[in-house]
Ligand binder design. Structure first.
Ligand code: TZP
Ligand code: MG
Length: 214
């Protein structure tokens, strides 16, 4: 699948650890999200309580099939072997994961997203011709990532956005309360875990987080 900036509009990131390991609930929630209109899904099976080994691959297949049924781009976080095994559309990597060069050499058909959290990483990222988009954050404090960097806030996000040639999806602590403010910086979209996965009315939350409604 060819990368398109519109994929970043409302980008859901999740793994079973985000629903306390309840695999049935996980798939149910992802299906509601797909039906309501997320623009991309990233399978991020990581952190306390996440699946490993065969269980991870098996859940990956299930969630991939579900997401593909709705023709939504399927992206895998970090794990290049898993991304290849699942024939993912894209892979998202952080600063300390497998390098972009290594992925490029081994998977021409996957698009690549890269996380950055400051101006130095931004400058370095602009030299990587195979990167399609940047994930920038955390913007606000987040409880979904143990080793998150300090939040950068809206003003720095806006400046990073102005200096980046690549489209940006913002991540970290984004909710229905602050999504409008984040979008006003002019970026391509917002990436979200908890505001969606922990919502008591996911469909309504997703609708209110979409760009066109803010
Ligand atoms: N990378 C930077 S912040 C973050 C990731 C994966 C977690 C975002 O989760 P939430 O719950 O939307 O703050
Ligand atoms: Mg990573």
């Amino acid at each position: 699948m060819k990368f398109n900036e519109k994929m970043l509009d409302l980008y859901l990131v999740a793994g079973t650890q985000n629903v306390h390991g309840d695999c049935d609930l996980f798939l149910k929630q992802i299906e509601i999200a797909c039906q309501t209109g997320i623009s991309a899904f990233q399978y991020r099976e990581k952190g306390n309580g996440s699946l490993a080994g065969a269980a991870r691959v098996s859940m990956g297949r299930k969630v991939r099939d579900l997401v593909k049924k709705y023709q939504i781009p399927f992206i895998v976080d970090d794990d290049f072997q898993l991304a290849k095994a699942l024939e993912a559309d894209g892979i998202h990597v952080g600063q300390s994961d497998i390098t972009v060069e290594k992925i490029s050499a081994n998977a021409d058909n996957m698009f690549i997203g890269l996380s950055i959290s400051n101006e130095k990483e931004l400058a370095e990222s602009q030299r990587l011709s195979r990167v399609s988009y940047l994930g920038v954050g955390p913007i606000f404090p987040t409880r979904s990532k143990n080793d998150a960097n300090p939040p950068i806030g809206i003003d720095r996000l806006a400046k990073i956005g102005q200096s980046s040639a690549l489209p940006i999806v913002a991540i970290g602590g984004i909710s229905t309360q602050n999504a409008k403010q984040v979008r006003q910086t002019g970026l391509a979209g917002v990436a979200i875990i908890s505001a969606i996965m922990q919502s008591s009315n996911m469909a309504q939350t997703i609708k209110s987080l979409k760009g066109e409604l803010l």
